[in-house]
Design a protein around this ligand. Structure first.
Ligand SMILES: [Zn+2]
Length: 204
């Protein structure tokens, strides 16, 4: 079940009141509308428009995203909400993957990774290798998984409009097969900085 609440904000531009919608949780199942899913990915659910001066604002707030079809839960907890009192759901269902996302881009990336049934630890390792090899990527604002096709994984390079870099799918499969992973059975933040903690080294 999806849940939201409303809050009245003061428009920073014209000082008038804005009634903004905050989604506390979103559940995607077979009945979920395509549009609803799209509105998460395009960021529409995180936007508020002032009815008086028409200024648009991006709202950052915590949101629990559950995909019942693909069995994953992502708690999007933006940095500015780090100290918020949040209630985490039960994580006893081992069929589910549980993650925390600290930025909006991480949040959307996790949704795309798990909708495609990929391993996010392997994805972070591939990104780390690409960042090391490609000097121009280091100057970008980040590299995020974007799409999967028969032959390749596509990554979007932020800060360069419509710039993508790809990685062969069979190389991904090889890598995933050769790695050993620690069990992750609770909400965890897995990104470029932390993914190493979830790998078991071959030297051990
Ligand atoms: Zn306004």
């Amino acid at each position: 079940m999806s849940k939201f609440h409303k809050e009245t904000l003061k428009c920073p531009t014209c000082q008038e009141a804005i009634e903004a919608v905050f989604w506390d949780s979103i559940t995607i199942d077979e009945n979920a509308e395509m549009q609803f899913k799209e509105d998460v990915k395009t960021g529409k659910l995180f936007k508020a428009v002032c009815p008086h001066c028409k200024m648009m604002y991006h709202l950052n707030y915590p949101l629990l995203y559950t995909d019942k079809t693909n069995h994953f839960m992502i708690y999007y907890i933006p940095n500015e909400s780090k100290n918020a009192q949040l209630t985490f759901p039960d994580t006893s269902d081992k069929a589910y993957t549980y993650r925390i996302a600290g930025t909006y881009f991480e949040f959307i990336e996790k949704i795309l990774i798990f909708e495609n049934h990929l391993n996010d630890i392997v994805i972070e390792l591939i990104k780390a290798v690409m960042l090391q090899k490609e000097k121009n990527l280091q100057k970008s604002q980040g590299v995020y998984f974007a799409a999967l096709s028969d032959k390749k994984l596509s990554f979007q390079i932020l800060g360069h409009e419509h710039a993508f870099i790809s990685y062969p799918r069979d190389a991904y499969e090889e890598l995933a097969k050769g790695l050993k992973f620690k069990a992750v059975d609770d909400f965890q933040l897995i990104n470029l900085k932390t993914f190493n903690n979830f790998l078991i080294s071959n030297n051990q």
